[in-house]
Ligand binder design. Structure first.
Ligand code: SF4
Ligand code: SF4
Length: 260
């Protein structure tokens, strides 16, 4: 339903309003039904603005839910919200496993070529690893970003090449089988096939560089607050509802607030 904002053809209308995207004067029809002109560029720009505004509104709603959980709790120096993953567990799916094997085999062929040409590279640093407070945040969330791992787990040639050692061609087959053996008996619907009830079924060194390095905006905020020595009340929030909450403190502090 189109909302008519001002009448058409009823007396003087004053200066034509301007398109809020490009600033050109609006035709009467455009001005009657909206605040932007009908060019593709302006419609696209307005769609981006609407999406951004909706995202900000959702963010504010979720932040308010996290604040409400910790309201009045002494010793909490900041609150934040993280995403909340909540999908059912499904049994191992042979079709997904077959897709993964095919993808991994192709990536491994590239990895063998890479490792043979360039020699073994040093292990990349993994910013997300080795910081238990951040892993607490991801555990609270439940692995929302793992949804994007699909049937490939982001395992690409450069990471695999580093795992192949001095004889890449010989190591390739056993490395593929080692990954296949790590597939969990249960994994979450609509998520990475390694995303099981205990979190990621792969050890840190087996995960892709993307998995080890990625931080969503919420986890980035958590890292920042912990770096500043704050004791953080964190909540995993879905659709404005805080589903899991915990106090996360920098490693040198206790999560329990000091006695008042
Ligand atoms: S990085 Fe963000 S989305 Fe991914 S598991 Fe951690 S908290 Fe969740
Ligand atoms: S491999 Fe592990 S960390 Fe990476 S997307 Fe899959 S479940 Fe998540």
């Amino acid at each position: 339903m189109v909302e008519i904002r001002r009448p058409l053809g009823h007396g003087p209308l004053g200066p034509a309003p301007l398109c809020t995207a490009c600033g050109t004067p609006l035709g009467r029809l455009d001005a009657a039904v909206g605040d932007h002109c009908r060019t593709l560029a302006c419609r696209a720009a307005m769609a981006v603005r609407r999406d951004r505004a909706a995202k900000i509104a959702r963010d504010e709603r979720d932040a308010a839910s996290a604040r409400a959980v910790f309201a009045g709790r002494p010793g909490i120096e900041a609150t934040l919200h993280l995403p909340a993953f909540d999908r059912p567990l499904l049994p191992h799916d042979p079709a997904r496993a077959a897709t993964f094997r095919a993808t991994l085999t192709a990536a491994m062929a590239e990895a063998v070529a890479l490792a043979t040409e360039a020699g073994p590279e040093p292990e990349a640093s993994a910013p997300g690893s080795g910081r238990p407070e951040l892993e607490q945040g991801c555990a609270l969330c439940g692995g929302s970003c793992c949804r994007f791992g699909g049937d490939h787990a982001f395992l690409a040639a450069p990471h695999l090449a580093r795992r192949l050692g001095p004889d890449p061609a010989t190591a390739a087959g056993p490395t593929i089988e080692a990954y296949m053996a790590r597939l969990p008996a249960l994994s979450y619907a609509e998520s990475c096939l390694f995303h099981g009830p205990a979190g990621c079924a792969l050890d840190r060194h087996e995960r892709s560089d993307i998995c080890n390095a990625y931080r969503c905006a919420g986890l980035g905020r958590l890292a920042d607050l912990l770096d500043r020595g704050r004791r953080v009340g964190a909540s995993a929030v879905a659709e404005g509802v805080a589903t899991r909450s915990a106090v996360i403190a920098p490693a040198h502090l206790s999560a329990a607030p000091p006695p008042v």
